[in-house]
Design a protein around this ligand. Structure first.
Ligand code: ZN
Ligand code: ZN
Length: 248
């Protein structure tokens, strides 16, 4: 009798536990789905993870510095604003206002890392205006957003010990981690509103160039050259740019 009661009791316990477990499973499974439907974590999943971009960016860029992660964060903010994922091919286009030979040019490597707009895919243009800003264009919809570093924030960053070391001629990879790490860690965790100026989404005309697949050998140097850059020399020979005397 005693054991029967205890079996019955155990049975009741088990079904309660199963019911409770099912409830927990439902809550765990259903609530992220609901959250995804509301668009919050979903946006982050589509644009990728900051940590992954940072690790990729470090390998690609070659040293740890503040400007590269600033570019990653700015790129991710632009992607989130347009609701787009990283460019696998040429779905996105970056018009960068950075130049060369100025501090924080590394910003663009961060933008490239996050957005997938690269020199190799030719979905990036550099305006050489020496400004810490860029426009991200969704080539499918023509929607675009300009993202810039806030001037106050950037002015302060230029006074940082990291930039002082750079000014004194220390290569970025030789600057002590005690100087670089806190600055980089801060950038990785800052609120976007503390350093980014995110413009309104606007429309731009989209030009889609076709890739050239035809190539011929230059009649002077013999090197295979894509047809869009073959020129006819004075003597009628079809030649590459360096052999032609033309600039482009
Ligand atoms: Zn750098
Ligand atoms: Zn040639």
């Amino acid at each position: 009798m005693k054991s029967k009661t205890s079996i019955r009791y155990t049975g009741w316990m088990s079904s309660s536990i199963i019911a409770l477990a099912m409830l927990v499973v439902c809550v765990l499974v259903v609530s992220p789905v609901r959250a995804v439907e509301q668009g919050k974590p979903n946006a982050d999943v589509r644009i990728g993870s900051l940590q992954e971009y940072f690790e990729t960016g470090l390998k690609f860029h070659g040293h740890k510095c503040p400007a590269m992660p600033l570019g990653i964060r700015a790129g991710m903010a632009a992607m989130r604003t347009l609701g787009v994922e990283r460019s696998k091919d040429k779905e996105l286009f970056v018009i960068s206002e950075t130049g060369k030979g100025h501090a924080a040019g590394c910003f663009l490597d961060g933008i490239m890392t996050a957005t997938g707009c690269t020199y190799g895919k030719s979905n990036i243009d550099k305006r050489h205006w020496s400004k810490m800003a860029f426009t991200l264009v969704d080539q499918q919809t023509g929607k675009a957003v300009r993202v810039a570093l806030k001037s106050d924030f950037f002015e302060n960053a230029l006074k940082s010990p990291f930039v002082q070391e750079r000014k004194a001629g220390v290569p970025p990879q030789d600057i002590k981690p005690e100087i670089t790490d806190p600055m980089v860690n801060r950038i990785l965790s800052l609120d976007e509103s503390a350093f980014l100026e995110i413009g309104d989404v606007h429309s731009v005309p989209v030009e889609k160039g076709k890739s050239v697949f035809t190539a011929k050998r230059c009649e002077r140097c013999g090197e295979l050259t894509f047809a869009n850059k073959l020129r006819v020399a004075d003597d009628g020979a079809v030649v590459c740019i360096p052999c032609s005397g033309y600039k482009e």
